[in-house]
Design a protein. Structure first.
Lengths: 209, 353
C-alpha cells in the first residue's frame, strides 16, 4: 500500500526475483495508521493472492518502527503468525514451518502450519542484491495498481477514516538548562572531569601514606 | 472469538472504564517494566478518575498478586491455565481479547518487550483498538484522553498521538523509560479469577523448546551504574578502544549510538536510544555523540551526564549536566591518565547507589 512512488520499491523486489507485484494506491488509503494499513493489505491479499502459503513481512519499518502491521495482517486474515524470525525451515510435505523466534531472554523454536505469516528479524538472512539481469527482466514483469474502489472491502476502514490513532500534534521538546561547559584547556577540563568523579564517589582518591 | 470485528463495535468511549497494565511474567517473576507501568498507570488512573487494574496471565501465578498490589494495582484479573504457562501470542491474545471485550477498559498499557509488542499488536487488531508503540511519555488531556508521546519519524521532534474515537487506547512503553514507584508492601487489592476456555487447537504455533542465552552481568547495560558511550565522533571502529579504556577506568560498561551500532562497531545489545535500550545510570559519559533526539530519549534520565564533543552546538549539550568542548582524541586519554594518577592506578571502589 503506498503512493505511486511505491512502484520503485516493487520494481526492486521484482529485480530480486519476485514474479509480480501489486500496489494498493489511492488517496483513500492515505494517512493510514498501522491498523488501517493492515486492513488494506489484508483485503488486497484476500482478493489478489489466491491460496497463499506464506506471507513474509519485515519485523518493522524504518519510519515509525512500530512492528505492528505484519502481526495485524495475520490477525485480520485469521492465520497464525510467527514474529521475530531469526531462522526458518520449511517442511513443504507436511505443510509446516519451523522457526527460531527471538525474545528478550534468547529464543524459542516454534512450529506452525501453513498458511502462515512470518515477520523477519534482521538476523534471518542477507538480502540478495538485484542483478542487472534481474533489473532488466523486472521491467517485463506485471505490476498491478489497485484503487480503493477496485479493492472493495469496507471503505470506512481505509486511510485516515479507518485509523483509530491520529497524530494530534508535532512539537519540539521543551528547552532544558544547557550543560555547564568545563575549561577550554584540555588538561584543566580533564582535571575538572576527574574532580566531578571524585565528588560523585565514582572513583576514590588514593590515600597518601 | 470471531475475527470479524466490525469497525463500529467499540466507538462509544463513554462505556469504557479502567486503566489496565498487562503484567509480563518470566520464570515466575514479574518483569520490571510491568511494575514501572503501574507507576505511570496510577497517575493516569487518577487523572481520568478510573481504577488501576492489572491483568496477570500464566500458570500458577496467583502468588504474584501481592507484588502487584504493592505497586498500586487496585484489582488483578488472574487468568491461569496450563496453556498459558509460556507466552504464545494466540493463547495470550485470546484471553486478553476476551477481557478487553467483556470488561471494556479505556486504557491498556504493555511493556514494549518482544512479547508485549506482539501481544499488543494482535489484541489491537482483534479489538479494533488504537495502538501506539514505544511511547516515552503518557499524559491525560482536558478531554480525559490519553496523550501518547513518542519521537517522530524524523527523530527531531515529538509526536503526540491520540485515539479519539475508539477504545481501548493501547500503548507499549520500553523498559527503563519510567522509574518504578516505591512499593507499599502489605497493600491489598481485589482479585477476579478468569476462567480461560483454552484448548490446544486455539494455540496455532507450538513451542518446541526455549533457550535462554546467558548474558553476563557486565553485558547487562540496563543495570550498569556507569556507562561510557561512543558515537560517530570516534571516526573509526578502532577508536572504540578509547571508550573501552575509559569504561575500564570507571568500572563501567560500554554503550553506543545507533549510528555506530548500524556500522557494526558494537552489537545491538549495547545500543542506547529510542530503538535500543533506555538507561538511567549514575553516570553517563557521551563521547563523540551529537545528541539526536532518538539517542537522548534513551539516556536523558541518567543521574549525571557528561558530554565530550568538538561541536559546541551539538544537541547533546542541551541534555548533559557538564560538557567538554574539544577534541576527544586529546581529552579522553588525558582523563584516563588523570584518573590513574588520582587513584594511584588502583582498581576503583564499587559504586554505591
Amino acid at each position: 500500500m503506498g503512493p505511486p512512488q511505491a512502484k520503485a520499491a516493487i520494481e526492486e523486489c521484482l529485480a530480486m526475483g519476485a514474479d509480480d507485484g501489486i500496489i494498493l494506491s489511492d488517496r483513500a488509503f492515505a494517512a493510514a495508521d498501522t491498523l488501517a494499513t493492515a486492513y488494506a493489505l489484508a483485503e488486497g491479499i484476500k482478493k489478489h493472492c489466491g491460496d497463499f502459503d506464506l506471507i513474509f513481512c519485515g519485523q518493522k519499518a524504518i519510519d515509525a518502527e512500530t512492528g505492528q502491521v505484519g502481526i495485524q495482517v495475520a490477525e485480520l486474515l485469521d492465520i497464525p503468525h510467527i514474529a521475530y524470525v531469526a531462522s526458518l525451515e520449511i517442511d513443504a510435505e507436511n505443510r509446516q514451518v519451523r522457526a527460531k523466534r527471538l525474545d528478550d531472554e534468547g529464543y524459542s523454536i516454534v512450529v506452525g502450519n501453513i498458511p502462515i505469516l512470518l515477520t523477519a528479524s534482521k538476523f534471518l538472512n542477507e538480502p540478495r542484491l538485484p542483478t542487472l539481469r534481474g533489473m532488466i527482466s523486472a521491467k517485463r514483469k506485471p505490476i498491478r495498481i489497485i484503487t480503493a474502489n477496485e479493492l472493495g472491502g469496507d471503505q470506512s476502514r481505509y486511510g485516515l477514516k479507518g485509523s483509530p490513532t491520529i497524530v494530534s500534534r508535532v512539537f519540539t521538546p521543551p528547552q532544558r538548562n544547557e550543560a555547564k561547559i568545563l575549561s577550554k584547556d584540555p588538561e584543566k577540563a580533564a582535571e575538572e572531569f576527574v574532580n566531578i568523579l571524585i565528588e560523585m564517589k565514582i572513583i576514590t582518591k588514593k590515600q597518601s601514606n | 472469538m470471531s475475527r470479524t470485528t466490525t469497525a463500529n463495535s467499540n466507538q462509544d468511549p463513554s462505556t469504557y472504564r479502567g486503566v489496565w497494565i498487562w503484567v509480563e511474567v518470566r520464570n515466575g517473576k514479574i518483569k520490571d517494566v510491568s511494575l514501572e507501568l503501574l507507576g505511570t498507570g496510577r497517575k493516569i488512573a487518577d487523572a481520568v478518575g478510573e481504577p488501576l487494574e492489572a491483568v496477570l496471565m500464566g500458570y500458577e501465578v496467583e502468588l504474584l498478586v501481592g507484588e502487584l498490589a504493592a505497586y498500586g494495582a487496585e484489582k488483578v484479573y488472574v487468568a491461569e491455565h496450563p496453556l498459558l504457562k509460556n507466552f504464545a501470542s494466540d493463547g495470550y491474545a485470546h484471553v486478553l481479547e476476551y477481557l478487553v471485550k467483556t470488561k471494556k477498559p479505556s486504557v491498556v498499557l504493555l511493556g514494549a518487550t518482544f512479547n508485549g509488542r506482539e501481544l499488543a499488536s494482535a489484541v489491537a487488531a482483534r479489538t479494533n483498538a488504537g495502538l501506539a508503540a514505544d511511547c516515552i511519555t503518557l499524559d491525560v488531556n482536558n478531554e480525559r484522553q490519553l496523550v501518547q508521546i513518542r519521537p517522530d519519524f524524523g527523530g527531531k521532534s515529538l509526536s503526540a498521538i491520540l485515539t479519539p474515537r475508539v477504545r481501548p487506547q493501547m500503548t507499549t512503553v520500553r523498559p527503563g523509560v519510567i522509574k518504578k514507584s516505591e512499593p507499599n508492601w502489605g497493600a491489598k487489592c481485589a482479585v477476579e479469577k478468569i476462567e480461560s476456555k483454552l484448548s490446544e487447537e486455539d494455540i496455532r504455533v507450538k513451542i518446541l523448546e526455549t533457550v535462554e542465552e546467558n548474558r553476563s552481568q557486565s553485558e547487562n547495560i540496563e543495570n550498569a551504574e556507569v556507562i561510557v558511550s561512543g558515537g560517530l565522533g570516534l571516526k573509526t571502529q578502532e577508536n572504540l578502544n578509547l571508550i573501552e579504556n575509559l569504561a575500564l577506568a570507571l568500572k563501567g560498561t560500554v554503550g553506543g549510538s545507533l549510528a555506530i551500532v548500524e556500522r557494526g562497531w558494537l552489537p545491538s545489545m549495547r545500543q542506547i536510544g529510542q530503538s535500543g535500550k533506555t538507561v538511567s545510570p549514575k553516570l553517563y559519559v557521551a563521547v563523540g555523540i551529537s545528541g539526536a533526539l532518538q539517542h537522548t530519549v534513551g539516556m536523558e534520565n541518567s543521574d549525571l551526564i557528561i558530554a565530550i564533543n568538538s561541536n559546541p552546538n551539538a544537541p547533546i549539550f542541551k541534555v548533559a549536566t557538564y560538557g567538554i568542548v574539544g577534541d576527544l582524541f586529546q581529552i579522553v586519554p588525558l582523563i584516563i591518565k588523570k584518573i590513574e594518577e588520582v587513584t594511584g592506578g588502583q582498581l576503583t571502589a564499587p559504586v554505591a547507589r
